[in-house]
Design a binder for this molecule. Sequence first.
Ligand SMILES: NC(=O)C1=CN([C@@H]2O[C@H](COP(=O)(O)OP(=O)(O)OC[C@H]3O[C@@H](n4cnc5c(N)ncnc54)[C@H](O)[C@@H]3O)[C@@H](O)[C@H]2O)C=CC1
Ligand SMILES: O=C1[C@H](O)[C@H](O)[C@@H](O)[C@H](O)[C@H]1O
Length: 337
Amino acid sequence: MDNKELRIGVVGVGAIGRTHIERINDQLQGGRVIACSDVNTEFGKKVAENYGCTFYEDGEEMIASGDIDAVIVTTIDPYHEQYVMAAIKAGIYVFCEKPLAPEAEACKRIVEAEISGGKQLVQVGFMRRYDQGYRQLKEAIKNRTYGEPLLLHCAHRNPAVDESYDTPMAVENSMIHEIDVLRWLLDEDYDTAEVVFAKNTRRTHANLMDPQIMILTTKSGVRIDVEAFVNTGHCYDIKCEVCCEDAILNLPEPSNIEVCANAVRGHAIHSDWSTRFVDAYNVEIQEWINSTKEGRVDGPTAWDGYVGQVTAKAASKARDNQTVVKIEMEEKPDFYN
Ligand SMILES: NC(=O)C1=CN([C@@H]2O[C@H](COP(=O)(O)OP(=O)(O)OC[C@H]3O[C@@H](n4cnc5c(N)ncnc54)[C@H](O)[C@@H]3O)[C@@H](O)[C@H]2O)C=CC1
Ligand SMILES: O=C1[C@H](O)[C@H](O)[C@@H](O)[C@H](O)[C@H]1O
């Protein structure tokens, strides 16, 4: 491995962008965020000053500058494609937070550009694959320790979302995590998608049906239901129960001390993605730095991002038409094997 520190730029220094800067510069090894950019110039300049980075008003200029070896894209979803394409054009490695792009066609354009460039450069931020609990589930399923997986019951619960978060985002922005991690867990692709609704919570707004249930089947017939409830009012709660022929497997709950006080016994639960999966983010970004320095993409690829969005769009079509939609997908290019 090249001993030089990986020079990293970050475009989009909002919530997760800053957590990635902090983990890279304060905790992880082998890389350093030395530059950043944000469309909100005044805010971005303050962030750059706070973290000792060079600020670029234009993210594409930062990417093309030659001053960075790799870029992390943490803008809002609609601008991922712009910066991922700029990184491919500049020939530098790019870590793009999920989703790769909100539209499947945009993901396909990225795949085609990467193939045309002749080198894999793109990793997508599906960090659940780096969570120890999901990795334990994958080991048991891969080894068929408890027989064939038959049914999965999952839940993706947020404490609250803002008014910009609408009905399609429950699938295309949030449950995209389950779409990716479950196909990785089961090592197979999906066959059909469906979305049904429950009674709306009073905590939702006019543009968001909440909760929703997405139902997927896989090519081998495994049936999956995922609850998205993004206005619970209190918890960030991720569930994954795998019903196998000989056992029921559950994603472990993160451990916190049990407190017995005032005639109440209990333990703290998470209220945010940044704490619930902090270890997974750290492993994900450390492994990304390591593989990037060795000139490889080891994590979720642009093809995984494309498959995820095709599946999400099929689920959205099923939701809008209240039907079951067959997921049509071309073969994976050899470039990604
Ligand atoms: N892997 C995970 O678990 C998570 C992933 N994410 C993803 O990360 C991305 C960012 O999410 P948050 O940090 O929560 O959003 P945020 O809204 O806190 O930050 C987004 C930042 O991007 C900037 N921005 C927007 N348009 C831009 C453009 N055209 N050029 C440059 N900068 C631009 C905004 O000014 C803002 O500072 C989203 O794609 C989201 O899906 C977010 C949370 C968790
Ligand atoms: O990626 C994320 C977070 O990890 C949350 O789980 C989602 O609910 C959120 O919408 C999304 O930004």
